[in-house]
Design a protein around this ligand. Structure first.
Ligand code: SF4
Length: 358
């Protein structure tokens, strides 16, 4: 494995590092003008000609300039639900606080690719942060604050501690959830100081790790997660279903098992959002359902994420199957994990309205 000393931030950097051929630099010049490029030393070291599961996530591809008519600059409608800069309030009991538009890596399939990276707004200013916190303060229905970006763990521990402290002082906020790729893509940033900045004696803190392949879970990444969890912070994971990266059952199974072994609960498997130039990464929903059906037959519930679609237009996230239950004349037909159908008589004591929710 080659050791890299700095983040590779351009096609020329990738070529100089020997990760792409010189002829590719011209091919992807238009892409790097349009979308940010960054591969950290930890990820660059995993790029291997024999296995492109990591390369596909970080090396630009000319197909990123092919825009499908269904794709949108703001695929999940953040802007439609943003009452003040930095806040997205899509569901009553939770709000996103987008602290920064900078990431340690730039994923080629990013759903916020039009708003992250150099040349975009960077971090919230002090005044914007104060205004965003005032919004959270003024909305007692907000029980959970999801710290996101960009990647908020790229901020300094001092800034993170300020945010933790400010949210800890809002009585109705009970849960702080930090969404990040840092423990995997830049595990060296997960220092004792960072973990201390995330910790709060007043609130329950979660870290949601974005990871897409078990190869990302290096020894250093595992140590970074262990440091977070050992401090009392719970971890969950989110994975994007990506064609050519993890769209097979064996790969997803290996990832989910590894996460549970690391004490990270698999939380979401996201169907790819309709971000511009990402059609080559998306599978069909039917393919995702088939994979989930296979995973359910192989894995314990502890290792199963929920397969979700973020409905374009800011309508929120919903599970998208597969379905195991269908109505039948005398109750329900329910399939077991192996696809065998069984009848189920829905009986209970006393009268009940017969409203099936399928
Ligand atoms: S780390 Fe997240 S926000 Fe940043 S580029 Fe990757 S997917 Fe997008």
């Amino acid at each position: 494995m080659t050791a890299f000393r700095r983040t590779l931030k351009s096609a020329a950097d990738l070529a100089d590092a020997g990760l792409i051929g010189r002829e590719r630099v011209a091919q992807i010049a238009g892409v790097e003008t349009r979308y940010a490029v960054a591969a950290t030393p930890a990820m660059a070291a995993l790029i291997d000609g024999a296995d492109d599961t990591i390369a596909r996530q970080f090396i630009p591809d000319p197909r990123e300039l092919d825009r499908h008519p269904a794709e949108r600059d703001d695929p999940i409608g953040d802007a439609l639900k943003s009452p003040v800069p930095g806040v997205v309030h899509r569901y009553p009991d939770r709000a996103l606080l987008k602290l920064t538009a900078v990431c340690p890596v730039y994923c080629r399939f990013c759903f916020r690719r039009e708003t992250v990276g150099p040349g975009k707004a960077t971090a919230l200013t002090d005044a914007e942060l104060a205004n965003a916190l005032a919004y959270v303060h003024a909305h007692p229905e907000i029980w959970e604050v999801i710290l996101t970006g960009g990647d908020p763990l790229i901020l300094s521990p001092r800034r993170i501690a300020e945010v933790t402290g400010a949210l800890a002082a809002i009585p109705h906020v009970k849960i702080l959830r930090w969404h990040t790729r840092v423990p995997v893509v830049a595990p060296e940033r997960v220092t004792e100081e960072l973990v201390e900045a995330l910790s709060s004696s007043a609130k329950t803190v979660y870290v949601a790790l974005h990871t897409n392949h078990a190869r990302e879970l290096t020894d250093l990444a595992r140590m970074a997660c262990a440091r977070i969890i050992d401090s009392g912070i719970a971890m969950v994971s989110q994975t994007v279903l990506l064609r050519g990266v993890n769209d097979d059952a064996d790969t997803l199974e290996a990832l989910m098992r590894a996460l549970v072994e690391m004490r990270v609960k698999p939380y979401y498997l996201h169907h790819g959002d309709l971000a511009p130039g990402t059609a080559h990464f998306r599978t069909t929903i039917a393919k995702g359902q088939e994979l989930m059906r296979t995973l359910r037959a192989r894995l314990s519930g502890l290792a199963l994420p929920t397969y979700v679609l973020d409905i374009p237009g800011a309508h929120g996230k919903v599970p998208v199957g597969p379905q195991y239950l269908s109505t039948a004349a005398d109750g329900y037909t329910v399939q077991d994990a192996h696809g065998e159908a069984h009848t189920y008589e829905d009986c209970c004591a006393g009268p009940q309205p017969m409203t099936a929710i399928l």
